[in-house]
Design a protein around this ligand. Structure first.
Ligand SMILES: C[S@@+](CC[C@H](N)C(=O)[O-])C[C@H]1O[C@@H](n2cnc3c(N)ncnc32)[C@H](O)[C@@H]1O
Length: 264
C-alpha cells in the first residue's frame, strides 16, 4: 500500500493545460461524461440547499445537478479560469463560479449539504488533507460523491514511453487501499466504494496523446511536457506500445476508476 501521498504540483501549469483545453474539452470528454453520469446516478433525491461542484470543468455536470436540484444554491469551483469561463457561458441560475484550489479550499465549516466531484481529486497534492477540508465544509449528514483514478491508469502509455526514455511521461495515481484509508482517517461514515476498469481504444500513439491533451490532462508533475514530434520518437513510442495493441490492431489505454459516496 502506498501511504506517501503528498506531492508537489505546479498548479499554474495544471491550470494552464486545462485552460488551453477548455473550449474543446467537451468534444474529447466521453470517458469523463460516462464516469460522471454514473456518479450522478448515485445522488439521492433528498432535498439539499447548498451544493459544491468541485473541479467543475466546463460545468457539464453542474448543469445536470442544477436540473436535479432546481432550488439549490451551487458553487462551481475550478483551478482553471478557462474552464470557469465555459461555466459562465451557460448562465445557470443560482450558480456562483469560483476560481480555487482543492488543496486550499476557501469555505467555512458546515456549509454544503452535497459535494460532487468528478475526476478531479487525482489532481490533489495531498488527498488526506483535501478530504479533511471537504468533510469540514459539509453540514452534518451532508454527502460527498466523488470519482477518481487509481494506480494502473494509463499503464500502457507509461510502459510504452520507457522505450523512448526514462523520464516520467504520465502522473502516478494512488492505490485503492490508500484512498480507503484516507477516507476513513478524514472521519467519513457510511462509506461506499466501487471500482471499475475501463479500456479505451485508439488507432495510433498520436491519437492517444491527442486525447489526453484534448481534455487538458497532459501536465506531468515535475516534468516538462514532451511534444510528440519527430518520426524517430514516434517510432520508438509505437514500438513501446506494441505489447498493448489488441487483436483489432488498436492501442489499449486503461483507466482504473473509483467511485466514492460518503457521509459526514
Ligand atoms: C478531468 S477534468 C473534470 C471536469 C469536470 N468535473 C467533468 O466531469 O467534466 C478535471 C478538472 O479539475 C480541475 N482541477 C485540476 N486541479 C485542480 C485543483 N487543484 N483545484 C481545483 N480544480 C482543479 C481542472 O481544471 C479540470 O477542470
Amino acid at each position: 500500500m502506498n501511504c506517501k501521498t503528498a506531492i508537489n504540483i505546479n498548479k499554474k501549469a495544471v491550470a494552464s493545460s486545462f485552460s488551453k483545453a477548455a473550449t474543446h474539452y467537451d468534444q474529447f470528454a466521453q470517458l469523463q461524461r460516462d464516469i460522471g453520469s454514473l456518479l450522478l446516478s448515485g445522488l439521492s433525491n433528498k432535498d439539499v440547499q447548498t451544493i459544491l461542484d468541485l473541479g467543475c470543468g466546463t460545468g457539464y455536470f453542474s448543469e445536470k445537478i442544477s436540473e436535479l436540484y432546481p432550488h439549490c444554491k451551487m458553487t462551481c469551483l475550478d483551478l482553471s479560469d478557462g474552464m470557469l469561463a465555459q461555466v459562465e457561458k451557460k448562465q445557470l441560475a443560482n450558480v456562483t463560479c469560483l476560481q480555487g484550489d482543492i488543496d486550499n479550499l476557501p469555505f467555512a465549516d458546515n456549509h454544503f449539504d452535497l459535494i460532487f466531484s468528478n475526476l478531479v481529486l487525482q489532481w490533489s497534492e495531498d488527498l488526506a488533507a483535501c478530504l479533511k477540508q471537504l468533510k469540514g465544509s459539509l453540514t452534518d449528514g451532508g454527502k460527498l460523491h466523488f470519482s477518481t483514478l487509481l494506480n494502473g491508469t494509463l499503464n500502457e502509455l507509461t510502459q510504452a514511453w520507457k522505450a523512448v526514455d526514462l523520464h516520467p511521461h504520465t502522473n502516478s495515481f494512488l492505490d485503492l487501499d490508500s484512498i480507503k484509508l484516507q477516507i476513513q482517517q478524514a472521519g467519513f461514515k457510511k462509506v461506499s466504494i466501487k471500482t471499475e476498469t475501463r479500456v479505451l481504444h485508439y488507432e495510433n500513439v498520436i491519437e492517444v496523446m491527442r486525447a489526453l491533451k484534448g481534455i487538458g490532462a497532459n501536465h506531468v508533475h515535475g516534468h516538462q511536457a514532451v511534444k510528440l514530434s519527430g518520426r524517430s520518437l514516434i517510432k520508438l513510442l509505437e514500438k513501446g506500445y506494441l505489447p498493448f495493441v489488441n487483436e483489432s490492431g488498436q492501442l489499449n489505454l486503461t483507466y482504473q476508476v473509483c467511485y466514492v459516496e460518503a457521509e459526514k
